[in-house]
Each structure stands twice: as C-alpha cells, then as structure tokens.
Design a protein around this ligand. Structure first.
Ligand SMILES: [Zn+2]
Length: 288
C-alpha cells in the first residue's frame, strides 16, 4: 500500500505536462502552424544533406519491374526513370517525395519482396499490390516530364478542367493541381489493377483446373467495368487548424487528353478497353 505523499506526488503533473495543459487550444494550434512549415523544410533538407538513408539499389528495382513485365504489365516507361530516383526505406505503402537534390521513392522491404514474389496463379500478396508502384512511379514520371511541351500543355488544360470541378462530397475542388496528379496516378494504377486482377483470377482458376465459363464471364465483366472507370483523383482538406487531413474524392472525369497521354506514354497502350479485345485474356478458355 502506498502512502499519501506518494499518491499526492503522482497526482501532481510533471512540469512539462503542466505547461502544455496551461496552453489554450488556440495557442497550441498557432505553435503547430508556426512549426509545420519548418518541419517539412527540415525533412527535405535532411533527406538531401545527410548521408544516403538506407534503401534499395537500382538493380533490384529494375529486377522487380522486369518481374512485373514478365507477368504482362507494361513497365518500360517507368523503368526508364528508375535511375533518376533514389529508393529509400519507408512506410508500408510506396510514396514519391521530390526533393532539392534527390527525388525519392519510399518503400518497404516487405512491399518490394512481395512484388518480387508475386505470381499469376498464386494468391495476391497482401500489402504488395503492383498498382501502388505504378501509382508512385507515375507521379515521378509526370514530375520529370512536366516541362515537356506536350505534357505541359496537357497539364495546363487538365488543371483548368479540375478547377472548381465537382467532388464526391458535393463541394468543388480547391486544389486542382493535386486532384490532377492523383487522378493521373490512380488512372494508371487502376488500369494495372484491373488487368492484373483479371489475369490472376483466370490463371489461378486455370491452375486449379477450375476455369469454368462462369469464371471467365465474371472476370470479363469485372475487367470491362474496371477499364470503363473515368472518375479518379482526390485532394486533401484541413490539416492546419483541424489538425487532421481528410481526402475528398473527385467526382469529375479524367480529361481525355491526359488519359491519352498516360495510355500512350506510360502504359504503352497495353490495355484494351474490353476484355474481348485482349488476346492474352481471350486465350483463357474453359476446359471441357
Ligand atoms: Zn498519389
């Protein structure tokens, strides 16, 4: 049993706790507002000035992309920018972080080895979906090519199209540049996921001797539905005073010229709009 003095000491807040508690919420918000910019700046500087963070060499990334290519995915364009990037150890899902001296893709060992172990007839590996890598490398590709005459014009047009464009929550877009970036990356990732989902479904059914007409029909329907999606992108709201950001999804169609650019330049026009027009998918036929 503890004595009274001990319990009294426990109740007494420690000095740093007390000083925080004394602050009103407005003061805390202002302090965060003052430091948020500095934190972001310090992070960027640290990434560029300090010794290279632990990461993955380019050979390994080329290898992972070659593996995805062997599984039928169009990786050539994105493989072409790999040597301009650093691949550093990061969170569970990949992300692209442009910087002052280095442009980084952050990804985890778990994600990368999951991609390397992905097969067509095995179950999808949780937390290692190929579309996430396509998504982030699309951000990087557009960043590196943003001053190209063709892309610059397409981006200007798309920014206009997304300015004040409808969002899923009924509001209007406040950050058209962000919506546009995410729409482009999600479009590429979405098509990769749609195609790859169909191939994996059909391959795994085939490997198990379970490829029936119903499986093919379902895969075809899913594929056509996925490839028909045109609404992509989101923007982040809040963060300064609410202290929490939320993603608001776009409700607008991706501009056709931007879509055409992504199909041609990144996806090498690999994906047919309809299941019936893709020879590699059509080759899956139910057994007798
Ligand atoms: Zn993104």
């Amino acid at each position: 049993m503890r004595d009274r003095a001990e319990r009294a000491a426990e109740r007494r807040p420690r000095p740093e706790t007390r000083s925080v508690a004394r602050w009103g919420s407005a003061e805390r918000v202002l302090a965060l507002q003052r430091t948020a910019g500095n934190v972001a700046t310090a992070r960027t500087l640290a990434r560029n000035v300090l010794p290279p963070p632990p990461g993955f060499d380019h050979t390994r990334i080329h290898g992972a992309l070659a593996h995805l290519k062997a599984l039928g995915l169009p990786t050539d364009a994105l493989d072409g920018i790999v040597d301009q990037l650093r691949f550093v150890k990061g969170g569970p899902q990949p992300s692209f972080q442009p910087g002052l001296l280095n442009d980084d893709v952050e990804l985890s060992e778990r994600y990368l080895s999951g991609v390397e172990q992905t097969t067509l007839d095995g179950p999808p590996i949780v937390g290692a979906n190929p579309e996430a890598l396509f998504h982030e490398l699309t951000h990087a590709f557009m960043y590196f090519h943003r001053k190209d005459a063709d892309l610059e014009a397409i981006l200007a047009e798309a920014r206009t199209a997304y300015t004040g464009s409808p969002m899923q929550d009924g509001s209007a877009s406040e950050d058209p540049a962000r919506v546009l970036q995410e729409a482009a990356a999600e479009y590429v990732g979405g098509r990769v996921a749609t195609y790859f989902g169909a191939v994996q479904t059909l391959s795994s059914a085939s490997a198990k001797g379970a490829l029936t007409q119903a499986v093919v029909d379902r895969a075809a329907k899913e594929y056509d539905r996925g490839m028909a999606v045109r609404v992509y992108g989101y923007e982040e709201r809040g963060g300064l005073f609410s202290l929490q950001t939320k993603e608001v999804q776009s409700a607008a169609n991706i501009p056709e010229r931007l879509r055409g650019y992504l199909d041609a330049r990144i996806l090498a026009n690999r994906f047919a709009e309809h299941f019936a027009d893709d020879p590699s998918l059509r080759s899956f036929t139910p057994g007798p």
